[in-house]
Design a protein around this ligand. Structure first.
Ligand code: ATP
Ligand code: MG
Length: 583
């Protein structure tokens, strides 16, 4: 197109009737004043623009047809109806009375090809990456590929109504989602529309789907625990508000179960939860939403669902939409927990889009920027500084591995972006160790600062003890006659592993966890048969509540485990162990 700029520009008038000499002169005067070069004016007969004309100069178009004016009026009315709180009728009347159509230049391109939810468009020279474009039928698309003479867009609607040869307009806007407090308790799709049949959601504004992550100055260190209620996690891999902790494991190893338990445990803790389901069966998501509702957790949770039947574009945008919603709450000083379930499926959706956009496939056929895809998403979780309200977004991305292979492309990428991972193992899961946390491979790199003093001193040596146990277990696998000390060590380790078993929906408060850990690490559970440790745990908590509830209340109040309290708990636990062994 740039060659044209140097010589005469070609302007085309489309109308039903040819302009007369006077009109031509006026057009030419207008065009030369605007473009300042020689203009060649051509007329093309067209019946499409009844009651007016359309003037096209390169990719800029002046629409002066009835449909163009109608569209402008409609857009003006839509802008008005955003201000819903005021008197709508008078606002609309004002808009109509004051309305005068504008002759503004718009950039218009033409659809070259369309299919599989992708359209290629020519002529939109100045369009930007991520911009929303509007197709003639009203379908919206987003620019995801910029090439020399054409662009590639993903479509957010059925592509049936988008025809090759039809017009596409730039909007100058990037994709956004409606946000607001009214979204809490609702199930929505990634475009912010309700899919729970409970009617319209009143939004408080629009937030861009893609947004730069908060900078260093805007952040403060992670220092508040996000209690998961799961003993294996809170004791060894504590999560802080603002942290990103990956949950990774093969299929059916309890990944979603952990995320769900963490959400349920936030009841009464002033945390807003967002669960983003990507590429899952709609029925599983419905079940999860029902679980949340039944447990009263939907009162502080939003479910964003892009199920497996949705187009790859919708699945692609889902985590960003969820994050935008989270940013709305974070900006208002709230703590947010967001679960992306799961990012492997998200990467697959993006790979499908990229291949359809004819980008060259890289490792495992993923496009080269798949790392950036997830890093720019996860970097948006943060703990904001005091000046910015101190809100936070804690992210729990989930990744599915194939046969425990954490060194595949997507897992290694996301492991390197997050502050740690909880690695779930099939073997453990099937041996009955649930949650199936592999203690050796899991880590939380923020950790310490996000634990209460009590928890820190109670859980002191558990990781070390378990590491010793694992080593010894491997070492003694083949020998049958062991000395007494080794046998005791093994039994102690097995006991600890049992201690970490926890049923779904059975959260433990921090105090309860401290009691259990103190008892176990104080060797009060040695001697209890393995298959009875589960009962012993429940019994001990009951026993402490009944006989020494002040220990619990003090822990809750001070969040510190004094030496006296530690001794008291071990004594209580030993007492109870004697009683427990009797029956
Ligand atoms: P998928 O790969 O299909 O998404 P997943 O890894 O998310 O699976 P879940 O759906 O969370 O796994 O769990 C698989 C099954 O294991 C479920 O039936 C769940 O109820 C059960 N389960 C998970 N955790 C526990 C637990 N701690 N105790 C008992 N059962 C559990
Ligand atoms: Mg799952």
């Amino acid at each position: 197109m740039s060659e044209l700029n140097s010589s005469a520009k070609k302007a085309v008038i489309y109308s039903a009737v040819a302009p007369d000499e006077k009109q031509r002169e006026r057009f030419l005067a207008y065009l030369t004043s605007k473009y300042g070069t020689q203009i060649e004016l051509v007329w093309e007969k067209s019946d499409k623009f009844s009651g007016g004309f359309r003037l096209a100069v390169d990719s800029e178009v002046f629409d002066w047809s009835v449909s163009g004016k109608y569209r402008q009026l409609r857009e003006a009315m839509e802008r008005t109806s955003d201000k819903r709180d005021s008197d709508i009728i008078s606002l609309l009347r004002d808009t109509i009375e004051n309305f005068s159509p504008d002759v503004v230049a718009e950039e218009v391109g033409m659809v070259l090809t369309v299919g599989d939810g992708i359209a290629t468009v020519s002529g939109l020279d100045k369009v930007t990456y991520g911009e929303i474009v509007l197709f003639a039928s009203g379908v919206k698309g987003m620019v995801l590929e910029l090439r020399k003479n054409e662009i590639g867009c993903i479509l957010f609607d059925d592509d049936d109504s988008v025809l090759a040869g039809s017009y596409v307009r730039r909007t100058g806007k990037t994709a956004g989602v409606p946000v607001g407090d009214a979204f809490i308790g609702r199930v929505i799709n990634p475009l912010g529309l309700p899919i729970d049949g409970k009617g319209e959601i009143k939004s408080a504004g629009y937030f861009p789907v893609e947004r730069p992550a908060p900078g260093i100055i805007e952040r403060s260190p992670v220092d508040t625990p996000l209690e998961t209620g799961i003993l294996a996690i809170d004791s060894m891999f504590p999560i802080g508000r603002g942290q990103r902790e990956l949950i990774i494991g093969d299929r059916q190893t309890g990944k979603t179960a952990i995320a769900l338990d963490v959400i349920l445990n936030q009841k009464g803790k002033d945390v807003i939860c967002i669960y983003v389901a990507i590429g899952q069966k709609a029925s599983s998501v419905a079940q999860l939403a029902e679980k949340l509702r039944a447990n009263g957790a939907l009162d502080y949770t939003v479910v964003v669902n892009a199920s497996a039947s949705e187009s790859a574009s919708i699945q692609y945008i889902a985590p960003y939409a969820g994050c935008a919603l989270g940013e709305y709450f974070m900006g208002r000083g709230k703590d947010v927990l967001i679960v992306y379930d799961d990012l492997s499926k998200h990467a697959v959706a993006y790979r499908a889009l990229s291949l359809l956009l004819e980008r060259s496939p890289g490792r495992e056929a993923y496009p080269g920027d798949v790392f950036y895809l997830h890093s720019r998403l996860l970097e948006r979780s943060a703990k904001l500084s005091h000046e910015l309200g101190g809100g936070s977004i804690t992210a729990l991305p989930i990744v599915e591995t194939q046969a425990g292979d954490v060194s595949a492309y997507i897992p290694t990428n996301i492991i390197s972006i997050t502050d740690g991972q909880i690695f779930l193992e099939s073997d453990l899961f099937f041996s009955g160790q649930r949650p199936a946390v592999n203690v050796g491979l899991s880590v939380s790199r923020v950790g310490g600062a996000a634990q209460t003093k009590a928890m820190k001193s109670a859980s002191g040596a558990i990781r070390l003890d378990l590491a010793q146990y694992r080593e010894m277990e491997v070492f003694t696998q083949f020998s049958s006659d062991l000395d007494e000390a080794t046998k005791n060590q093994l039994a102690y380790g097995q006991g600890l592993m049992r201690l970490l078993r926890q049923e779904q929906y059975r959260h433990l408060s921090q105090e309860e966890q401290v009691v259990l850990l103190t008892a176990a690490l104080g060797k009060a559970m040695v001697g209890i048969p393995l298959n009875r440790i589960g009962d012993y745990k429940d019994g001990l908590l009951e026993y402490v509540k009944a006989n020494a509830s002040e220990v619990l209340t003090e822990l809750q109040r001070t969040k510190v485990l004094s030496d006296a309290a530690k001794e008291r708990i071990v004594t209580l636990a030993t007492e109870f162990a004697k009683e427990f062994s009797k029956d």
